[in-house]
Design a protein around this ligand. Structure first.
Ligand SMILES: *[C@@H]1O[C@H](CO)[C@@H](O)[C@H](O)[C@H]1NC(C)=O
Ligand SMILES: *[C@@H]1O[C@H](CO)[C@@H](O)[C@H](O)[C@H]1NC(C)=O
Ligand SMILES: *[C@@H]1O[C@H](CO)[C@@H](O)[C@H](O)[C@H]1NC(C)=O
Ligand SMILES: *[C@@H]1O[C@H](CO)[C@@H](O)[C@H](O)[C@H]1NC(C)=O
Ligand SMILES: *[C@@H]1O[C@H](CO)[C@@H](O)[C@H](O)[C@H]1NC(C)=O
Ligand SMILES: *[C@@H]1O[C@H](CO)[C@@H](O)[C@H](O)[C@H]1NC(C)=O
Length: 546
């Protein structure tokens, strides 16, 4: 009895603090150039307006997204980085964890927010993220371990003159002849052209948290402030021990928070820099990569300290340490995932994991997993193009991520953060470029890892989140070419625990999509009619010019 009272009290307090953060979003088309001096294109926005509303909540809250789909195609929303522990069906991966939201209909996501940090929400059906359906999701921690006096958000986006639907067929051509003629995407910061970077106002002696959020698709961005050190404290939602850096690089899907200590004096203002250091698409010869400068203002009448360029530096995540000091995981199994480029016998260009082009199943993988009993343990049931890998509950999975070609990939895992254990260059025979965590080091965890050309990385995670989780490249044009796959995790626990809401099933019914059986909806082993890509040929090293 004595210890029951405090427990009850705690529960009451918890429900008193936790709130429902409710948003009503009408997902609509809007034709706009987003303020750039270029041709308008059809974008996807909320209530016909860009930028989308920023979602802000506290750890423990319930995020309620009431969505109306005013598009003429299905849509869905993915809360990037949110684990969806027990709510797999709200993960937003169309035809993997749900049937997407049919045109003209309503759907409600109810997402418990049990994490804190910097996240985002974006369209996950037909890569609608590319056309603008994306917005920050910032979750405050009532028990935030780091202290700071104010904060700034830099949410980066890119805006292409073409829609993903227009670009997709151009990518079929292995030589990318027409694709190469398209202008490079332009950069947005917090929804406005990066040409108008707003000032940050610093007061002497104060500390500011700056959240860097990469919602872009095709750019690598680097951020720095003249004569100020950036102390990294957060990587993809997980806190790290403080690590001073001069510049922070951030790639599609990734987030980093830094703390910046303001100077003691009001004597000068300083420049900050947002540079686009790389495009994941061919760059026309002679093109100068953009560099945007903003101002850190201490006093309106103070002079700007001489603008210095800052040495660009790779983001050294292997040596970063997790604040929670979780030990290095010891793997139970290891999977080799080669991000390859191939082309079909018809000469159509593809991006794949292990030469398997991802194609959506006809029954969402989650429903196959929940309805096939013990047969769901067999990856065959999910179809040849789902690239499903079945994981046991609580096993530690190591992924050796590998890529030999000249196209970088930011690879994102749903439902988990993984430890970043090692990185290096595939062609390095000396081992000189191999970097790994030190004995006793608690590795940084993140949900999106960036591989440059010719790089490998080793990441590990524990399969402690029963559900179906996608793993895919966050460059939309690579994802639509097939660089996606699926983990089917802890089937036994999943089948007991996951109760799919009727609203999710209704969306499938409405679209004539089955919610039982294998990839094509059969209860047995017959998968005739499953999506099937023609066999891929590997690109010979001297073959295709990209
Ligand atoms: C969008 O419009 C709906 C009404 O259709 C309204 O309830 C909602 O608040 C609006 N949301 C935003 C972000 O403007
Ligand atoms: C691509 O380029 C190669 C080499 O220039 C050429 O042989 C081939 O015909 C081209 N393919 C297409 C589909 O244009
Ligand atoms: C921004 O600052 C850099 C120095 O780091 C300078 O070279 C560049 O010209 C500046 N860009 C603009 C648009 O003023
Ligand atoms: C990975 O795929 C590439 C094709 O992109 C191929 O050349 C290479 O041999 C593969 N590596 C391994 C180790 O399988
Ligand atoms: C090894 O790969 C790196 C990264 O792709 C590249 O810069 C370097 O030139 C390659 N070295 C050799 C010897 O091929
Ligand atoms: C999911 O929840 C279980 C407890 O129900 C916990 O043990 C596990 O660590 C959680 N996993 C993630 C990724 O949040």
């Amino acid at each position: 009895m004595q210890f029951l009272i405090p427990l009850l009290l705690l529960a009451t307090l918890w429900t008193a603090f936790a709130k429902r953060v409710v948003h009503n979003w009408d997902i609509t088309y809007v034709t706009t150039s987003r303020g750039f001096d270029q041709k308008p294109k059809l974008g996807i926005a909320v209530n016909r307006t860009f930028p989308l509303p920023v979602v802000r909540a506290s750890k423990g809250d319930m995020l309620v997204l009431h969505v109306h789909n005013s598009l003429d195609v299905p849509t869905s929303l993915h809360a990037h980085g949110i684990f969806q522990n027990n709510t797999n069906y709200y993960d937003g991966a169309g035809m993997v964890t749900e049937c997407s939201i049919a045109p003209g209909t309503d759907f409600t996501y109810e997402i418990p927010l049990n994490q804190a940090g910097t996240y985002w929400t974006h369209g996950h059906t037909a890569e609608q993220n590319f056309d603008g359906l994306r917005t920050p999701l910032i979750i405050d921690d009532p028990d935030e371990p780091y202290t700071y006096d104010g904060e700034y958000l830099f949410a980066f986006e890119d805006w292409s003159i073409s829609t993903i639907g227009e670009l997709k067929p151009l990518m079929d051509d292995v030589n990318l002849t027409e694709f190469r003629k398209k202008p490079l995407p332009l950069t947005l910061v917090n929804g406005a052209s990066a040409n108008y970077t707003p000032p940050m106002h610093f007061s002497p002696g104060k500390t500011y948290r700056i959240r860097l959020l990469a919602m872009q698709n095709m750019l690598m961005v680097e951020f720095s402030i003249n004569q100020h050190t950036l102390d990294v404290i957060e990587v993809d939602g997980a806190l790290t021990k403080r690590r001073p850096m001069q510049a922070v690089r951030i790639n599609p899907g990734q987030r980093v928070s830094v703390l910046v200590r303001a100077k003691q004096s009001l004597a000068s203002n300083y420049a900050y820099h947002v540079s686009v250091t790389h495009y994941f698409s061919p760059i026309p010869p002679g093109f100068v990569q953009p560099l945007y400068n903003g101002t850190v203002v201490y006093a309106e009448d103070a002079e700007l300290a001489p603008v210095e360029s800052i040495l660009s530096e790779p983001f050294d995540e292997v040596s970063l340490e997790s604040l929670d000091e979780s030990p290095l995981l010891i793997p139970d199994r290891s999977l080799f995932l080669n991000a390859t480029i191939g082309y079909s016998v018809q000469n159509v260009y593809k991006d794949t994991f292990n030469n398997v082009e991802f194609m959506e199943p006809l029954v969402p993988t989650m429903f196959s997993a929940l309805t096939l009993g013990h047969r769901s343990l067999n990856p065959f049931m999910y179809g040849p193009q789902t690239n499903a890998h079945v994981l046991k509950h609580l096993e530690v999975v190591e992924l050796l991520l590998y890529q030999t070609r000249d196209v970088p990939h930011p690879l994102h895992l749903h439902g988990h953060n993984f430890q970043v254990v090692a990185r290096g260059l595939v062609n390095d025979t000396t081992g000189k470029y191999h970097r790994e965590v030190k004995p006793g080091q608690s590795p940084v965890t993140r949900d999106t890892i960036f591989l440059i050309n010719g790089e490998y990385a080793i990441v590990r995670f524990r399969a402690d989140n029963p559900g179906i989780w996608m793993f895919h490249c966050h460059v939309a044009i690579h994802a639509v070419r097939g660089l996606m796959m699926v983990f089917v995790e802890a089937l036994d626990v999943m089948q007991q625990r996951i109760k799919v809401p009727q609203s999710v099933v209704s969306q499938c019914r409405r679209q004539g999509i089955k919610t039982t059986g294998n990839v094509v909806g059969n209860m047995g082993y017959n998968i005739a009619g499953a999506p099937r890509s023609s066999d891929l040929l590997l690109v010979s090293p001297d073959g295709i010019i990209r």
